[in-house]
Design a binder for this molecule. Sequence first.
Ligand SMILES: [Fe+2]
Ligand SMILES: [Fe+2]
Length: 294
Amino acid sequence: MNRIAIIADIHANLFALESVISDLEERDVDEVIVAGDLVGRGPQGSDVVHRIDELQWPCVRGNHEDYLLSFCRRNVPDNWLVDEQWAASRWMARELDEEAIEFIDALPFSLHSKRCPEIQVFHGSPNSHTEGLGHWTPDDRLEELLELIDGSVLVCAHTHRPLHYQGERGMIVNTGSVGLPFNGDWRAQYTILEGQQGDWDITFRRVEYPRQRLLDHYEQSGFLEEGKVTARLLARELRAARPFLVPFLKWAELSDHEPTSESLEPFLEVYDAQESMSTFFERLRELQNRRAPS
Ligand SMILES: [Fe+2]
Ligand SMILES: [Fe+2]
């Protein structure tokens, strides 16, 4: 019998990570694998990276690792270095120390469990670290992706929403998010796979952590003030365990608003965090169509 834990999408939230580490100490697992997005969307990037490095847990690379590395190297469009929309990213990139940068820069796209090599871990999908697999992904696509892996258990993350799919060619597990869940439950979430070749039980764990201490750290570290509109939206995501940032950016684009602090109030008037993102975007498009001159 093997017990493999998968944690992901920690998003620079050391308080949530520490609670998961304590929870794992009682679960007697054989291996812990980190499925990417250690950093980004939060203020404690360096601390999270150092903690994972210290534990020597194998990690794959998330899109937020790449994203912050681009900022660290100023390898981004010129306006990203000045516009308010990117202030939080500039803050988070500055917060990463040299060791943390080196660590995330060395992460691979994918890896296999050492103990049970039939388990292959990605951040998004075998195709891309920004492809999110969720209940909205058609079975045909999931089967196609299972065909691409070298093994029979595809483990992923990125959507911040847990998923378990038992298919014809194997199994897909999306582990959910430690530091910034979007499934309406703010607790730190991760997964334990227990079993052996072709026969696995999946347990989705949810662990409370001192979330207010992270929100206090948002203020004390200067992240909330200097990260401007993005940091304020991230604080809302933490409280509601629902997405705010991507819907805000999409709304701003579709309704011709600048993605700045002044636009936050009008956005909050139209956004319903309980609605799925696709329903919100559909509603926005309908509104746009009604307003557009015929
Ligand atoms: Fe993420
Ligand atoms: Fe991601």
